[in-house]
Design a protein around this ligand. Structure first.
Ligand SMILES: NC(=O)C1=CN([C@@H]2O[C@H](COP(=O)(O)OP(=O)(O)OC[C@H]3O[C@@H](n4cnc5c(N)ncnc54)[C@H](O)[C@@H]3O)[C@@H](O)[C@H]2O)C=CC1
Ligand SMILES: O=C(O)C1=N[C@H](C(=O)O)C[C@H](O)C1
Length: 271
């Protein structure tokens, strides 16, 4: 591994981008070598420190991903699907580890990421926290232990600026529940309910999205049957935990072969 791998943070002015840049700068194991924003953004050409409202850092915010990635060993990317699929190609060309936190990716986006992972390490997770990744394991186990007369519903709450639903985390939990039950999520998924929906389909997995204020991220998996209910939940109250997970993934990825990985790999939680 390079002694102190260089990291480019994409979407650096965003909620997660600022947090990630701050955590990389605090780290004594990684070095911030690039800060990227979309072309036309106010921050382009400005010093990152002053753009963030602090002291000068000597690092200019740029919009040329290929040039930035060429000097990096890792790219940490929490942006938007259209940007992330492009970054996957460019990070693979640069042979940089691509840590993807972006959610709302389509099947086509996932395919492009899969292709890019032939040439480089990609670590992708809808949630980089230890707690949520443990919750996926617990969800899988509980779902496997219960039969289909237990209804499964996933409820997620986020801030009012979030653009995708269900959240990436809710989908991870849904996948885990479906896997535990031995079914395919896309065949049993119910996304929200409205109007005369008819009775609940036995065996389906329901998703519900709450959006309000500055909620960082809350997820609950409800297992309900006649006479009893099990609820397992996770509350994130600080985005730093997602950023720290991403830094861990960037370091872990330095020693891996090209391919697609997730946070269960990074955290050593795979069964
Ligand atoms: N996996 C995880 O643990 C977590 C994932 N997320 C996900 O991360 C993503 C970003 O979330 P936020 O930071 O809250 O959003 P945000 O909207 O605050 O930030 C996104 C940033 O990406 C930038 N961007 C968009 N296109 C770009 C391009 N082509 N080049 C460079 N920058 C570009 C935007 O200008 C913006 O600054 C979302 O998909 C969210 O769901 C958020 C938190 C945790
Ligand atoms: O957009 C967010 O904020 C978050 N997105 C991720 C998701 O979609 O699950 C992770 C976290 O819940 C915050």
């Amino acid at each position: 591994m390079t002694e102190r791998p260089g990291v480019v943070v994409t979407g650096v002015s965003g909620r997660m981008g600022r947090m990630l840049a701050g955590e990389v700068m605090k780290s004594d194991r990684l070095e911030l070598v690039g800060a990227l924003e979309r072309a036309g953004h106010d921050w382009i050409g400005q010093d990152l420190g002053t753009a963030m409202g602090g002291a000068e850092l000597g690092l200019t915010v740029e919009d040329d991903a290929l040039e930035a990635f060429a000097r990096a060993q890792a790219v940490i990317d929490f942006t938007a699907p259209a940007a992330t699929v492009e970054f996957a190609d460019l990070a693979a060309q640069a042979r940089a580890v691509h840590v993807i936190g972006t959610t709302g990716l389509s099947e086509e986006d996932l395919h492009r990421i899969h292709v890019a992972a032939r040439h480089a390490v990609i670590v992708r997770a809808g949630n980089m926290s230890l707690g949520v990744n443990l919750l996926t394991q617990v969800t899988r186990q509980v779902a496997a232990a219960l039969d289909a007369d237990w209804d499964i519903e996933i409820i997620e709450s986020h801030h009012n600026q979030k653009v995708d639903a269900p959240s990436g985390t809710a989908l991870m939990l849904g996948e885990a529940a479906a896997e535990g039950r031995g079914v395919k999520l896309d065949e049993v998924s119910d996304r929200g309910r409205d109007g005369i929906t008819g009775k609940r389909e036995p065996g389906h997995i329901g998703f519900h999205a709450i959006r309000g204020g500055d909620i960082v991220g809350e997820h609950e998996v409800l297992f309900a049957t006649a006479g009893e209910r099990i609820k397992i939940s996770h509350i994130a109250s600080d985005r730093a935990l997602f950023a720290r997970g991403a830094l861990k993934a960037a370091l872990w990825g330095q020693d891996q072969r090209p391919g697609e990985y997730d946070m269960l790999d990074v955290l050593g939680l795979k069964d």
